[in-house]
Design a protein around this ligand. Structure first.
Ligand code: ATP
Ligand code: MG
Length: 343
């Protein structure tokens, strides 16, 4: 127990390609899109999170919006640091010289040593005195409520914005994993391309994201189909704004190839699973998490492909940050946390 609790601040961060979430004292205090708006001339931060997202694709020559993470890893270090700092400041009112900041940050399992060091450097920049990293599938498993220390295999499939991570977890470790850079962002890009090719209409990333959420589907036939969705964009022929309506079957067609890539990765992960753990997974099934788990019909499609039961995690967008929070509370005993010395 810490006597000087007043001077310590423990936070858990899920630094995602699409969303960054922060937990403090068991409560989610930040849940914002991973984006920053900067002044192009001075480099100053203008806004982070939702406010920056409102400016995205609507900027002029003085303002630039940046999504610092791409494919699950930091693509723009400076922007990432400014964004992390902005988001942490949103959560905690720090008294810089007195506070001992301790952080657990979640990272994709396919991350390189150089990329890990970059995350540690970002943490140093915001004055973290004690930093640990945790692999995303492990955090997801904890967040779902699985007992990761048991000698029982569980398969987690985390479909985020940048990466899909498939991992088998047992005895506090990742036994085998597959990480592919096909996830929500790729679905969004598929939708933009489809609209251009099929309907001669140009749409932005945010509109494509809305289409995905309103009429996104992994199957061309759904039991509970969503209503058609009105889409505004620019007609490629006339250059004039135009509106069309889109149904879910069309989007299932647009997403088919990317979903097949995810299915292939799942099959590969199952093939490389040691037989005793495979037998556990046959009984326990597969756990879907991350925002991609919300895509209509995806659970059913994966279940049909693998002939295994598929469970969608409760609140899939927050499972990882909750798990990272659990890791923070158990940082003294969880051996799978990564500290600065080990990279
Ligand atoms: N209802 C929905 N249907 C389909 N996709 C959705 C839905 N809600 C959110 N998403 C998608 O989920 C993705 C974000 O998920 P999540 O927050 O788990 O990603 P992330 O953790 O930021 O990314 P990563 O783990 O790859 O770094 C986005 O691509 C978003 O469009
Ligand atoms: Mg994630």
């Amino acid at each position: 127990m810490r006597i000087f609790n007043f001077f310590t601040q423990d936070i858990a961060i899920d630094l995602g390609t699409a969303n960054t979430l922060i937990i403090q004292d068991g409560k989610i205090v930040v849940d914002e899109p991973s984006i920053i708006a900067i002044n192009r001339r001075t480099g100053e931060t203008i806004a982070v999170g939702t406010k920056a997202m409102q400016m995205h694709e609507k900027t002029h020559e003085n303002i630039k919006t940046i999504r610092p993470l791409k494919d699950g890893v930091i693509a723009d270090f400076q922007a990432a640091e400014s964004m992390i700092e902005g988001l942490i400041n949103m959560a905690v009112k720090r008294k810089k010289f007195f506070t001992h900041l301790k952080m657990v940050i979640c990272i994709p399992s396919g991350i390189t040593e150089v990329e890990k060091r970059a995350v540690f450097d970002s943490a140093d920049h915001v004055d973290s005195k004690e930093t640990y990293l945790i692999h995303e599938p492990m955090a997801a498993a904890l967040g779902i409520g699985l007992d990761v220390e048991e000698p029982i295999g569980n398969m987690i499939i985390d479909i985020g914005g940048g990466t899909t991570e498939i991992a088998v977890i047992a005895l506090s470790g990742i036994v085998c994993d597959q990480s592919i850079r096909t996830a929500g962002d790729e679905f969004t890009a598929d939708i933009m391309n489809f609209m251009k090719r099929q309907h001669n209409i140009l749409i932005g990333e945010r509109t494509a994201e809305q289409i995905k959420i309103h009429v996104g589907s992994a199957l061309s036939e759904l039991e509970n189909p969503p209503e058609e969705f009105a889409v505004n964009g620019r007609d490629l022929m006339t250059g004039i704004p135009k509106q069309i309506t889109i149904g879910y079957a069309e989007i299932a067609h647009a997403l088919d190839k990317s979903i097949s890539k995810i299915e292939d990765a799942i099959l590969k992960a199952l093939e490389t699973t040691p037989p005793e753990l495979a037998s556990d997974i046959y009984k326990t099934g597969l756990y879907l998490t991350g925002g991609g788990a919300l895509l209509r019909g995806l659970d059913k499609r994966i279940a049909q492909k693998t002939k295994l039961p598929v469970h969608i995690a409760e609140d899939p967008l927050r499972a990882v940050v909750r798990g990272t929070g659990i890791a923070l509370q158990n940082s003294h005993k969880f051996t799978f946390l990564i500290d600065r010395k080990s990279v």
